[in-house]
Design a binder for this molecule. Structure first.
Ligand code: ADP
Length: 161
C-alpha cells in the first residue's frame, strides 16, 4: 500500500492547499494530512481548529486522513508508515525553502522520498498569511478558501477586533 503524508501549518487551509491534496490523493492509496502543531510563525487558529478545518475540507476524499503532529516531519512519516512526503510548490516563493527542507530530510532519513506538486496557476499567489491579512482588512476571501473556512475566518478576525 502506498502511503504519503502532506505536512503543513494549514493556518487555515486554502483552496491552494486543497488542490494539492486532491491531486495527491489520486497518486497514493492513502494520504495523511499532517497538521504541524508548533510551526515557527504566528498562528491565528489553534491546532485543533486548524485540523478540524482541514477535516471538514476533505470529507469527500475517502483515502485522506487528518492527523496532528509535532517534531520531525520524517519521524511523523515513519510513524504512519509513509514512504513519501508531498509538498506544494508555488512559482517563486517556495523553491529555496523546499529544497533546503528536502536536503535536510534526506540527510535525516534517506529512505523517505519527497514529491513536490506544482501549484495550479490560479493559486500561485495564494498563501495563508496573505489570506489572513486580507481577512483582517475586511477583504472578501470567499473565492480563496472553502465556505466553512471563510466563515471561521470571519468569526476569528471579528473576535480579535
Ligand atoms: P508550512 O508552514 O509547512 O509551509 P503551509 O500550510 O504554509 O505550511 O504549507 C503547506 C504546504 O502547502 C507547503 O508545501 C506549501 O508550499 C503548500 N502551499 C501553500 N499554499 C499553496 C498554494 N497556494 N498552492 C500550492 N501549494 C501551496
Amino acid at each position: 500500500m502506498t502511503i504519503a503524508i502532506c505536512p503543513g501549518s494549514f493556518d487555515p487551509i486554502t483552496n491552494g492547499h486543497l488542490d494539492i491534496i486532491i491531486r495527491a490523493s489520486k497518486l497514493f492509496d492513502k494520504l495523511i494530512i499532517g497538521v504541524y502543531k508548533t510551526p515557527d510563525k504566528p498562528l491565528l487558529f489553534t491546532t485543533e481548529e486548524r485540523a478540524e478545518l482541514v477535516r471538514q475540507s476533505v470529507t469527500s476524499l475517502p483515502n485522506v486522513e487528518v492527523r496532528i503532529f509535532s517534531g520531525l516531519t520524517v519521524a511523523f512519516a515513519k510513524e504512519v508508515n509513509a514512504q513519501t512526503i508531498v509538498r506544494g510548490l508555488r512559482m517563486s516563493a517556495d523553491f529555496e525553502r523546499e529544497f533546503d527542507l528536502a536536503m535536510m530530510n534526506k540527510k535525516l532519513s534517506p529512505d523517505i522520498e519527497l514529491i513536490c506538486l506544482m501549484s495550479d496557476l490560479k493559486y500561485q499567489f495564494l498563501s495563508s498569511s496573505l489570506l489572513k491579512e486580507a481577512a483582517r482588512l475586511g477583504g472578501d476571501v470567499t473565492n480563496l478558501v472553502p465556505k466553512h473556512v471563510a466563515k471561521a475566518l470571519r468569526k476569528k478576525v471579528g473576535s480579535q477586533m
